[in-house]
Design a protein around this ligand. Structure first.
Ligand code: URA
Length: 238
């Protein structure tokens, strides 16, 4: 798929999301929030569902949690425009309640199609509802900061899922801010591993990917770090 074709496919999914009435959330939304970012990226961040600001603007993660997500990306040298950002449900649950399982199920075809167009090596889940969508049964307190093979029909099994707490959790529970910052440092390494895993499990597709230029920039170097294998990982995307 060419970059134009990929952008066109994402635009048409977004148009369908804006007109979607597959679940009750369409009744109370202001604007649906399809998601946004770089169609050529290797990394997709998946949150829970739009909040107040996102519902007004039709864009994901534009409120306080979004500011922290942007900050987290910045700590590894990435911008929002380097990745794709979306949610498991595309319309705001009233009063920011948790999305219901039937709402997540009704919205899943949109997410599945977005992921199939982008074909990311790595999906970063933000919060337990996103985690449960990709790794059913996993517990966020146990798996945050770690990567594992995708286990749901939303992604091919050669894709990798990296679990993080939701950025909003740090706004309510200050200690989680440090946890999120620490977990974020492992994301570029998880991407490198995810690329290697794809090469091993799907050689033809991965050979094409390996020949393509990296789609996320090199993370910043760590001042004072030793020239050891970890340092090598940090310059992988130069
Ligand atoms: N929280 C989410 O899960 N998604 C958004 O887009 C904003 C806040």
């Amino acid at each position: 798929m060419t970059p134009d074709e990929r952008q066109g496919a994402l635009d048409s999914i977004a148009a369908e999301v804006r007109g979607c009435n597959a679940c009750r959330l369409h009744e109370t939304r202001t604007l649906a929030v399809p998601g946004e970012g770089n169609p050529e990226t290797e990394v997709v961040f998946v949150g829970e569902g739009p909040g107040f600001n996102e519902d007004r603007q039709g864009r994901p993660f534009v409120g306080a949690a979004g500011a922290f997500l942007t900050e987290l990306l910045g700590t590894v040298g990435w911008n929002r425009s380097d990745v794709f950002i979306t949610n498991v449900v595309k319309c705001r649950p009233p009063e920011n309640r948790d999305p219901e399982p039937d709402e997540i199920a009704a919205c899943a075809p949109h997410l599945r199609r977005q992921l199939s167009v982008i074909d990311p090596a790595l999906v970063v889940t933000l919060g337990r509802h996103s985690l449960g969508t990709f790794l059913p049964g996993a517990r966020i307190g146990q798996v945050h900061g770690t990567a594992r093979p995708a286990e749901s029909g939303l992604l091919p099994p050669e894709s990798t899922v990296f679990a993080m707490y939701h950025p909003a959790a740090a706004l309510h529970q200050g200690a989680l801010r440090r946890t999120l910052l620490d977990d974020m440092t492992a994301v570029p390494v998880a991407l490198r591993d995810a690329r290697e895993r794809r090469t091993a499990t799907a050689p033809a597709a991965a050979a094409t990917a390996a020949a393509a230029p990296a789609t996320v920039p090199a993370p910043p170097s760590v001042p004072g770090s030793d020239p050891d294998p970890a340092a090598d990982q940090l310059t992988l995307f130069a």
